[in-house]
Design a binder for this molecule. Structure first.
Ligand code: ADP
Ligand code: ZN
Length: 831
């Protein structure tokens, strides 16, 4: 973070800063840099600036001598927010700029997503009565205004949000009232900065200020009269600097003794920063590294060649499950560190960061920093700063860690690169794997994409030579890949076998007898998918979304899995009062109940969104499974990924078919990946693994290729479909979603906008508009949704077309009135 060049302005220059605000604004705005801030205001610095009546946070993205805005109209920057070096390096500014352009999202919003929230500063108006109002309460206006004035008179100055809360109006609603009172001269508002949510954690330390000889002498002197002081002194003689808390642990009641010693001038007590640490403690590093097998050795050497001379070509490391990819990553990281570079490791989800962190900590200790949404704001704040200062040299984290502040970046690992959680489903809608590839190019780093089931797009690039293709075709110690069997549920159709078929039941019983562990995958949480009245056929739906409600047996509720709307489960049909409601579809809770009935002696665990809400819940569940306190772990796809538990010898998939009913051209690919990944959890130790997949579609390609562990076969089959139907990687896609509380407006806006896209079709062979169509999830949280799909032969054409059409559409805003538009480049979800 030191090398920012001469970004501070010379005082002579006319100082204008372009500031990207954390607001939905198309471009950064110009602000004047006041004389007093010229030295402090640097590129990448966070600043507080006026926007309308408020002060908001933004980032200095450029400094120029002049502006196109007239000098008088330029508002000044209110304050520079970081006293240390700027938060954003030029490299991160460049990267976020690319993300903003490519994903068509305001730069400031990208920056907001990149920087931990703990850094944010807010300012809010504080209102007080004017002298006039105080002087003549009899002249106050009536109604709600009177209540507001009364409140200010009784309770003194109030923040806007406090006022709103106490008057029981929402924060937006109180705006007009306060503005009126301000113009009429009853109240005065002033912006005040609110303290950021997190700050440095400070701890008291005690330091010996005497020379060793003087300390010994003093020790002798106090030994008999003040034994506590003597104890403290002898600790300080051994170690001259202590954290007060540690000293108190050694010498109970040390605080008072320290105070005495401070008075004597023997020690000093001061506050110093102590960063919060999230790195697991007491992790032992193994004495010897495993010897790489031949395939690992080859892969590692190839990556070393790239590290020595980065050529901008991404590396695909295709290694079957359990082939030792992580070991290769760690060797490569070690090489990067030896070159004095830093490394970034992306893992798909929080559930995986715990295990990854532990493994990486064993090797690299506190050179690691962890970044993910499961951390507290304070922890993220500290991890970010440890990286920025170079105190930690390896960042591990989920999606947004792709923006980690790593000076001199040498290597980026994207583990399980095919995973959909790398795509962010709200603005900025970036794909962390693709951003990682761009970041590596921009910073001349090497990027390694690892997976047993790469995305079709990724493998396609590798086959065409755009990526370097390395492979680990076997498991590390030559353990066989698990044997996969498909259980045809049409044959096992009796009510008793609906959830757990006879073959799966036998297989589980065998494992329990041998003291081995089982993993049972079911891709739906809750008890059953939906309820249906046997008489009128009614299915209870969410009040706010166009989806059926899922039945949760615990608490007997119906829940919407999109908006969390919850209602008590009805005992009779709410429509026709029919007394029988049937359960359809199976969820994790039902599987748990059925297994408990079948194997009352077995210890069961469940891992899904309902059981992992707490902060360390993932870790706790996985740890107890790892310690074999659980025999059968039931879970949604979060149990499928990445974990390495050698005692699992059976994986059961209760129903594989649900994944195919979603309207998504990637559904077969997803299913193949899921089956291969979950199968990969079996048989990683000494004993071989077995996998049973229950399905009503035993001949479907995703199942048959997964059964043969045949990624290449699946790829060749599926890529044909993509070519025929003109889907990625042969075309680029964008999705434009229009949603509105008014169903008609959403539709007419969609029709109008699709017409605009059609008008701007330059080359019909290379571009295509599909839709508008009602989105599969036609209503979400009371908003009606329509979407338009755009296809183009190249991303350049896609962007050009979008930009041109949207520019003209902006001039015709009335067609989009009351409609929210969002653009999704390279979309992953089509709901
Ligand atoms: P992957 O990430 O490809 O699924 P892992 O890296 O998790 O595979 O490796 C699986 C297991 O094999 C881990 O427990 C790891 O420590 C071990 N392992 C990796 N490489 C070797 C090796 N060369 N020799 C022995 N064990 C190894
Ligand atoms: Zn809902």
């Amino acid at each position: 973070m030191q090398a920012h060049g001469s970004s501070a302005l010379a005082p002579a220059a006319i100082a204008v800063a372009k500031v990207a605000l954390e607001q939905p604004l198309a471009t950064p705005l110009d602000y004047r840099v006041p004389e007093s801030l010229i030295a402090a205001c640097q590129l990448g610095q966070r600043v507080l600036v006026p926007l309308g009546p408020r002060h908001v946070q933004g980032y200095v993205v450029a400094l120029t001598p002049g502006s196109e805005v007239e000098a008088e109209a330029l508002k000044p920057i209110v304050d520079v927010l970081d006293d240390e070096s700027p938060l954003l390096t030029p490299a991160l500014l460049k990267l976020t700029r690319w993300v903003a352009d490519y994903y068509m999202c305001p730069w400031g919003l990208v920056l907001k997503a990149a920087v931990p929230q703990g850094f944010r500063v807010r300012s809010e108006a504080v209102y007080r009565l004017t002298p006039q109002a105080q002087a003549e309460p009899s002249a106050w206006p009536g109604g709600r205004a009177a209540s507001a004035l009364q409140l200010l008179a009784e309770q003194g100055p109030q923040r806007r949000s406090e006022l709103a809360r106490k008057l029981d109006v929402d924060v937006k609603g109180i705006g007009p009232l306060l503005r009126r009172l301000e113009t009429e001269g009853w109240v005065a508002g002033e912006q005040q900065r609110q303290a950021p949510k997190v700050r440095q954690r400070m701890v008291a330390v005690v330091r010996l200020t005497l020379s060793p000889e003087d300390a010994e002498a003093l020790h002798q002197e106090v030994a008999s009269r003040a034994p506590k002081q003597a104890d403290v002194l002898s600790q300080l003689i051994q170690q001259p600097l202590w954290e007060l808390a540690d000293l108190q642990a050694q010498v109970p009641g040390a605080r008072a003794a320290v105070q005495r010693l401070v008075q004597r001038g023997a020690v000093a007590m001061e506050q110093v920063e102590k960063m919060r640490s999230v790195i697991p403690k007491d992790v032992r590093s193994p004495d010897t590294l495993p010897r790489l097998n031949a395939a690992q050795q080859h892969a590692f050497q190839q990556i070393e060649v790239k590290l020595a001379a980065p050529d901008g070509v991404p590396v695909l490391l295709l290694g079957v499950t359990g082939s030792g990819k992580t070991e290769v990553y760690m060797r490569a990281i070690d090489t990067a560190l030896k070159q004095d570079k830093t490394a970034l490791v992306l893992v798909p989800e929080i559930s995986l960061t715990a295990q990854a962190t532990e493994r990486f900590t064993m090797r690299f200790g506190d050179r690691i920093a962890v970044l993910h949404s499961g951390l507290s704001a304070g922890e993220r704040f500290d991890e970010w700063r440890r990286l920025a200062r170079g105190e930690a040299r390896i960042a591990i984290g989920a999606r947004s860690a792709v923006f980690a502040p790593l000076p001199n970046l040498g290597l980026i690992i994207v583990d399980e690169e095919h995973d959909t959680s790398y795509k962010q489903e709200e603005a900025p809608r970036y794909h962390a794997r693709d951003v990682a590839i761009v970041r590596a190019q921009q910073e001349r780093a090497v990027v390694v994409l690892g997976s047993a089931t790469p995305a079709l797009e990724t493998f396609h690039h590798a086959r065409r030579g755009k990526y370097l293709h390395l492979s680990l075709p076997k498991r590390v110690s030559d353990q066989p890949l698990p044997k996969i069997m498909i259980v045809d549920q049409r044959v096992h159709a009796t009510p008793n076998e609906r959830v757990i078929s006879t073959p799966l039941r036998h297989a589980i019983a065998e494992r329990l007898e041998r003291g081995e562990q089982c993993l049972i995958l079911i891709n739906r949480r809750g008890y059953s998918a939906y309820l249906q009245c046997r008489e009128c056929g009614d299915v209870p739906h969410c009040a706010h979304c166009s989806v059926s409600l899922t039945y949760h047996a615990r608490g007997r509720t119906l829940k919407c899995h999109y908006c969390d709307y919850t209602q008590p489960a009805p005992t009779a049909c709410p429509v026709c009062h029919g007394p029988v409601l049937h359960h359809y579809g199976v969820g994790t809770q039902q599987v748990e109940d059925v297994l408990r009935a079948l194997f009352p002696e077995a210890r069961l665990g469940r891992m899904d969104r309902d059981t992992t809400r707490g902060k360390a819940a993932h870790e706790r569940i996985l740890r107890s499974f790892g310690a074999h306190e659980v025999d059968i772990l039931i879970g949604t796809q979060m149990i499928a990924k990445g974990h390495d538990f050698p005692n699992i010898t059976l994986v059961g998939v209760v129903s594989a078919d649900g994944a195919l009913s979603i309207p998504d051209f990637r559904a077969p690919e997803r299913l193949f990946q899921l089956l291969t990944q979950v199968a990969g959890r079996a048989g990683r130790g000494a004993r071989p693994g077995e996998v049973l997949i229950q399905t009503f579609r035993p001949d479907f390609e995703s199942m048959t290729f997964a059964r043969e562990h045949d990624f290449l076969g699946f790829f060749q089959h599926e890529i044909q479909n993509r070519r025929l139907l003109l889907y990625p990687p042969y075309m680029r896609l964008a999705k434009v979603l229009l949603d509105s509380p008014d169903p008609e407006r959403a539709q007419t806006a969609g029709e109008w906008l699709a017409g605009q896209f059609a008008r701007h079709l330059a080359e019909p062979q290379r571009l295509e508009v599909l839709g508008p169509a009602e989105a599969p999830l036609a209503k979400l949280q009371n908003r009606y949704r329509w979407h338009i799909m755009l296809k183009a032969a190249t991303s350049r054409e896609l962007h050009g077309w979008l930009q041109q059409t949207l520019d003209t559409a902006q001039q015709d805003r009335q067609h989009l009135r009351n409609v929210r538009m969002s653009i999704d480049i390279d979309p992953v979800l089509f709901l």
